[in-house]
Design a binder for this molecule. Structure first.
Ligand code: 5AD
Ligand code: SF4
Length: 501
């Protein structure tokens, strides 16, 4: 499990009175960004300060992803650049973490011996301790094969987190994935599904709210199966560490296990939390209770990211997705019927091994019917060790995939434009996020539906404020607006008691 790779004396950090500085470079998904924030939090707790850029950094952390692109080449060329940097400044420490490190541990070490620490996905919480060890022993590779459940530090949110925005936070509610989608590397690099205890999550939300956070995004590979592993684990294992939490259901009754819907409702009721988002649910696990929780709690944003992947039943079966196109559309219809003004986004893969023109046309038809606000569209990319990657003789050519991608994007863009145009004239509440780089008098805010609105202002507005904006124009991916009024400033950092009803 643990393998210090070299007992040689390693580099010694420069001994200056100045605080040392760190830079975390993130590739990939929100889970990785959350891990990066955790590493940044740990480094700051260890006395480091953020660096402005690579040249300013004493510790450089490269947090890698291997979900889609062939990230390997990009990583090794970047590490080549860092080798030169380290040659000129030997005190610099280089850490490589994340999914690619988990998967290719020895290769990273072989191809980039100048890396000081190689860290996997299950032991992010050990980053700083290991860096201290590196200073004594020299380069270390430490990869755990799975998350150690008893080690609560292993749960991402149990760590100090350095967040990008003070008003918005990610909360990892579950790590790993128990599904086996034929294209996906996640189960092999993130391990089995483990849910974080309900009561602990609520405590964390209470703490975040007390710090002034108003928006929480619940994160997991398959969020709506939250709690499934708790039941399995508890079977015959008294004392029950999870039963001590608050009642899960609104009426005070306890289910055999908490549902994702219970968590959503409970988080939405924490004092100070005004927006709750989540990503990503699996269509096969989208239960009526989740739709009801979204409908019932004003704080849960009317936005559903529901990955479709394909609109053809044979392709969906080959992907092991566990639903048909019809079933997907039925669940979507139920969500739209239950939740007022729902925005829907999705993920779609083009060119899955064996995908025929007729099967792709089925996807276009389902996408048109679903009327997505937007979609993340991906060309299939083989990931070593996954079932689909072995179907080499069925791979779809790059040219065909590229052509299909263009057609798919046109259909998505059409429904996106329609959805955005329909909002012209409406008043939207936004959280102000940032100013335009080109013009500081143009601000960008995000609506509850997760749409960006750009609007001019006469005087600055503090980021994290709530404002009402009239929508005046719409593009494929954004809205334009005029400021009506600022309704609330960023919240003060006063302690607010946790209310978990
Ligand atoms: N090739 C292309 N897209 C992929 N995704 C996951 N694995 C692959 C792959 N091998 C996409 C899926 C998933 C999203 C996070 O990434 O659409 O929902
Ligand atoms: Fe991958 Fe499927 Fe799990 Fe999502 S649900 S992480 S696509 S295996």
């Amino acid at each position: 499990m643990v393998s210090p790779t070299s007992p040689d004396a390693g580099p010694t950090p420069a001994n200056t009175a100045e605080p040392r500085r760190y830079l975390v470079q993130t590739y990939g998904c929100q889970m990785n960004e959350n891990d990066s924030e955790r590493i940044a939090g740990l480094l700051e707790a260890d006395g480091l300060e953020p660096a402005a850029d690579l040249d300013d950094a004493d510790v450089i952390v490269v947090n890698t992803c291997c979900i889609r692109e062939n990230a390997d080449n990009r990583l090794y060329s970047h590490l080549g650049h860092l080798k030169a940097l380290k040659a000129s400044r030997p005190g610099v420490e280089i850490v490589v973490g994340g999914c690619l490190a988990q998967k290719d541990r020895e290769r990273v070490r072989e191809r980039a011996p100048h890396v000081d620490l190689v860290l996997g996905t299950h032991n992010v919480h050990r980053a700083v301790d290991l860096l201290h060890d590196v200073r004594r022993t020299g380069p270390i590779t430490e990869i755990w094969e799975e998350t150690v459940l008893e080690d609560h530090q292993a749960f991402p949110s149990a760590l100090a987190v350095q967040r990008d925005a003070s008003y918005s936070a990610w909360l990892t509610i579950q790590i790993g994935c128990d599904n086996s989608c034929a294209f996906c590397i996640v189960p092999s690099v993130r391990g089995r599904e483990i849910s974080r205890p309900f009561g602990e999550l609520l405590d964390e939300v209470g703490r975040l709210a007390a710090e002034g956070v108003v928006e929480i995004t619940l994160l997991g590979q398959n969020v709506n199966s939250y709690g499934r592993d708790i039941t399995t684990r508890l079977r015959g294992e008294p004392p029950d560490p999870y039963a001590a939490g608050p009642s899960w259901t609104a009426d005070g009754a306890q289910r055999p296990r908490p549902l994702f819907a219970d968590l959503l409702g409970a988080v939405a009721q924490v004092e100070g939390i005004r927006r709750v988002r989540y990503t990503s649910p699996h269509p096969k696990d989208l239960r009526p209770e989740t739709i009801a929780a979204m409908a019932d709690h004003g704080a849960v944003c009317p936005h559903l990211h529901l990955p479709l992947q394909s609109g053809n039943d044979s392709v969906l079966a080959a992907m092991h997705r566990g639903y048909t196109a019809e079933r997907y559309l039925e669940r979507l219809a139920a969500a739209r019927a239950g939740i007022a003004d729902l925005a829907v986004t999705t993920d779609i893969i083009v060119g899955f091994p064996g995908e025929t023109e007729a099967q792709f046309v089925d996807t276009l038809a389902v996408v048109a019917e679903a009327g997505f606000d937007s979609a993340f569209t991906f060309v299939y990319s083989p990931r070593d060790g996954t079932e689909a990657a072995s179907k080499v003789d069925r791979f779809v050519s790059a040219a065909v995939s590229a052509e299909r991608m263009e057609r798919l994007r046109a259909v998505v863009e059409r429904s996106g434009r329609e959805a955005h145009a329909a909002r012209i004239g409406r008043v939207e509440e936004v959280i102000v996020e940032r100013a335009s780089k080109k013009d500081p008098n143009v601000l960008t805010g995000r609506t509850a539906q997760n749409k960006m609105v750009h609007f001019p202002v006469a005087a600055p507005i503090r980021f994290g404020s709530f404002a009402n904006v009239v929508v005046t124009g719409a593009g494929g991916f954004y809205l334009l607006g005029e400021l009506q009024e600022v309704t609330a400033g960023p919240r003060h950092r006063t302690r607010i008691p946790v209310v978990a009803r």
